[in-house]
Ligand binder design. Sequence first.
Ligand code: PGA
Length: 438
Amino acid sequence: MNKFAIQSVTAREILDSRGKPTVEVDCELMDGTRARAAVPAGASTGSREAVELRDGDSGRFRGQGVLQAVANVRETIAPHLRGMDVRRQAQIDQTMIALDGTPNKARLGANAILGVSLAVARAAARASGLRLFQYLGGPGATRLPVPHMNILNGGVHAHWQGADFQEYMIAPYGAAGFRQALEWGSEVYHALQAILEKQGLSVGVGDEGGFAPQVRSNEEPFELITAAISAAGLQPGKDVGIACDPAASEFYEDGRYHLRSEGRKLAAAEMAAYYRQLADSYPLVLLEDGMAQDDWEGWKILMSHLGSRLELVGDDLFCTNVELIARGIKEGVANAVLIKLNQIGTLTETIAATRMARDHGWGAFVSHRSGETVDSFIADMTVALDTGHLKTGAPARGERVEKYNQLLRIEEELGPAARYAGTGAYVVPPGLHRGGRG
Ligand code: PGA
């Protein structure tokens, strides 16, 4: 008997952190090893993302049910995987891609396929007697990422009640190790809470656990966060930097960027100038989706303004898709790629996208989704792929902190072998920025 042979694969519909249905998959091996994985889901999704299959039955979950994806795992995928060696990840993923037969996983659903892909990887690790990060990354997987904690939410994640920019993150790259980085993150988060309360602003939170106050501009959160870093006894720009994901596709209409909170509509060049002003005034180290997914010309302008000073990450632009990333590298529109498993739908394709970025000297920034579960797969994957940084929400809310807590466990497990990515996490190290206000 091959103890690594797959005995069964099954799936069910569960709820994600937003209370919406998602897919969970269980994989069992011949030797009785069991593993489970759950699939995240986005709200500000790129138009070229692999298809997340939803039932569209308005009688259930407002059409958001995933029973068809669940049935696809049980009835179509599972029979083909039975007996396969679970360590053959690439072959298993390829089998599912072939079974689906579409370019964007529209038939079986990327949510069905990804759940299986991740459950299989976890089962292989378990049956091998290895931690997931060790199984995926081997003996070289010893570097802990800089956690980018989203402490102020805007845009669609705050239901357009506050800032237009979607995510304002703190990046404690000056910490000595991951544990200290997380400690600092939590302290800044709570310092921000106190500042917001003092100013009479709401401390209700958005989808990713960050506060969602009704600010009057997209610059104001930078002020508030810089003040919070200082209030926590840390030095902005030296200990802790700021990263921002405006998610600009969400406010791009008719060739302009509509900043509702400021009552302004900006052309790409004006938008780039705005970002440059922010980079001049605050310790900004990373800007994700500063321009819209369809505005490749805007991205080029952004690169010419800020490409030598900031890590410019493409999310909706690339959708973790090697074809789009290859085009982006050729045209020089960014210098880093956001990595989201469910944008492409299998583990092996996600690894390929990460490799392509790194092979061309680009950064790879691993990300959660706004709809999450307590599955911490991306924590292990980030260490395994050695990407040096990830974002997985605020240092609050169970589905967000579970990833950070898993990184604490990994750091502990590695003991003295653990290293912290620090400023080395970025394609453009933060030392190059011209100093914030601190
Ligand atoms: P989403 O947002 O999961 O709603 O797409 C997360 C992000 O943009 O990084």
